[in-house]
Design a protein around this ligand. Structure first.
Ligand code: NAD
Ligand code: TDX
Length: 332
């Protein structure tokens, strides 16, 4: 099989590619991977093996239809991770989000349609549902995204579905909860807090810290995506959760403890605009139909993640530097 992975130099995409090439989803000596990635501030070529006989890397933009139509023939399937992924950036300015997430997804799917690609997995998010005070969303829940990020992801999610419904393209969609793990950009909650503490700085908790998220290790998310690629139905949507729901303050306390710090390192800062209170997924469908079950216990996952940032200062310092450089250049 020849697989194209968009966004494969980012946090989740690179985990997926490393696992696949390492045989994490079973030996697949005939699977070749092409990573297609723009290498924005969030992407890093070094997140992938420097050289591998079953890996090709192409730097390119999702919105470049000519390049995609040249590249795609010969590929059997696409796993589509590439996106602008950070809510705070979308609050500061939504243009790149609509361009990459909505338009870029449409350009990719159009190219796929005309290139004989047989299968697509579109990686969506729980944020497309909005915010839920109690209970949990099933896949039938209406989409009520709140941030420009979430709205652009909801757009791409619906565009993906439309290429199945209109053109019969074999597309499945996954909607996952908050991921954590190694190689996550230090703009996101857990790596931001750990790296701030490593630099002797306080951790900025937005608002009163009472917002709740459902945390899933990236390894479990990637396993679910591979399961959907292999066994998911055309036009089907699969929630991917963990059931591990934490208030931001509870999570902050855990991170502080693992870093040997205390509550004096918390700084309460102005709340995120339009800050969603709570996300919670009902993922019965993927568990019952595809046999998915998360495998990484949170206690182990979070301890290993904190240790990874402690052991890899070069990686996160470079990521912070790339983001700062782009910001200074006015690219955000
Ligand atoms: P990330 O920001 O770490 O990586 C995104 C990757 O996409 C980067 O390598 C970047 O260079 C690339 N990219 C951005 N714009 C591009 C463009 N125009 N053309 C080609 N490549 C481009 O994101 P992530 O956290 O790994 O998220 C991956 C996917 O999973 C996203 O679609 C995101 O919405 C979704 N998701 C993320 C989470 C989470 O908690 N991080 C949860 C659920 C769903
Ligand atoms: O410095 C911070 N302080 C803080 O209190 C940051 C960066 C975040 N927060 C809060 C905001 C959220 O309630 O922590 C929570 C988690 O924030 P993020 O890590 O920015 O994630 P979130 O906004 O929940 O979105 C994430 O999950 C869904 C991913 O970034 C998305 O890509 C994914 O789709």
């Amino acid at each position: 099989m020849r697989l194209l992975v968009t966004g494969g130099a980012g946090f989740i995409g690179s985990h997926y590619v490393r696992s696949l090439l390492d045989g994490g989803y079973g030996a697949a000596p005939d699977t070749r991977v092409t990573v297609f990635d723009k290498l924005t501030y969030a992407g890093n070529r070094d997140n992938l093996p420097a050289a591998h006989d079953r890996l090709d890397f192409v730097r390119g933009d999702l919105c470049d239809g000519d390049l995609l139509r040249e590249l795609l023939p010969g590929h059997d399937a696409i796993v589509h991770f590439a996106a602008e992924s950070h809510v705070d950036r979308s609050v500061a300015g939504g243009g790149d989000f609509v361009r990459t997430n909505a338009l870029g997804t449409q350009v990719l799917l159009e190219a796929a349609l005309h290139s004989g690609v047989e299968r697509v997995v579109h990686v969506s998010t729980d944020e497309v549902y909005g915010s839920i005070d109690e209970g949990a969303w099933t896949e039938e829940w209406p989409l009520l995204p709140n941030s420009p990020y979430a709205a652009s992801k909801a757009s791409s999610d619906l565009i993906a579905r439309s290429y199945w419904r209109t053109h019969g393209l074999d597309v499945s969609i996954t909607r996952c909860s908050n991921n954590y793990g190694p190689y996550q950009h230090p703009e996101k909650l857990i790596p931001r807090f750990v790296t701030n503490l490593l630099e002797g700085r306080k951790v900025p908790v937005y608002g009163d810290g009472r917002n709740r998220r459902e945390w899933l290790h990236v390894d479990d998310h990637c396993r679910a995506i591979h399961l959907v690629l292999a066994k998911g139905g055309a036009g089907e949507i699969y929630n991917v959760g963990s059931g591990n729901e934490l208030e931001n303050l509870q999570l902050t306390e855990r991170v502080l403890e693992l870093c040997g710090a205390d509550a004096s390192m918390i700084e309460y800062v102005e709340d995120r605009k339009g800050h969603d209170l709570r996300y919670s997924l009902d993922d019965t469908k993927i568990r019952e139909r595809l046999g998915y079950a998360p495998q990484v216990p949170f206690d182990r996952g979070i301890a290993e993640t904190v240790a990874w940032y402690q052991d890899n200062p070069m990686w996160w310092k470079a990521a912070k530097h790339r983001a700062d450089t782009e910001q200074a250049a006015g690219a955000v």
